[in-house]
Design a protein around this ligand. Sequence first.
Ligand SMILES: [Fe+2]
Length: 161
Amino acid sequence: MSKAQTVSTTVSDPTVATAAAQFLTPVVLGLQALTISGKQAHWHVRGANFIGVHELLDSVVTNAGGFADAAAERIVALGLPIDARVKAVAEKGASSAVPAGFTQSAELIRNVIADIDAILVDTKAAIDGLDEVDLTSQDVAIEIMRGLEKDRWFLLAHIAE
Ligand SMILES: [Fe+2]
């Protein structure tokens, strides 16, 4: 006699999933907001090194989307949902330093770096908070920090003395 096997929707204990969601959700929302503010910057940059900065900002947007996907999918892989609807992203991105309208490249780069720095704070909190809870989720946060810090360097190199 065979009986349908019950398949768990989670791969780890609920505490781990909850911690991953708690620490990775702010990172996802910040990165999703960066995909929007980064495009805003991509479209409105003016002045020095226009084409290089314009194209670099598109790479920042693409990378941010990829990082957000990795973090969100880690939460979902552990069995929990994430609310990354527009309202949640807008609330997280409300403090973006990227202005409306055309902006000179040096100023705009500073603004995008400020947005990245805010995400790095959440990412560092995730790395620290997940350290004794779930190293696999922590690894996702570490990978995001490495990538974001690289993009930050690429931006900063345009304005650093
Ligand atoms: Fe474009």
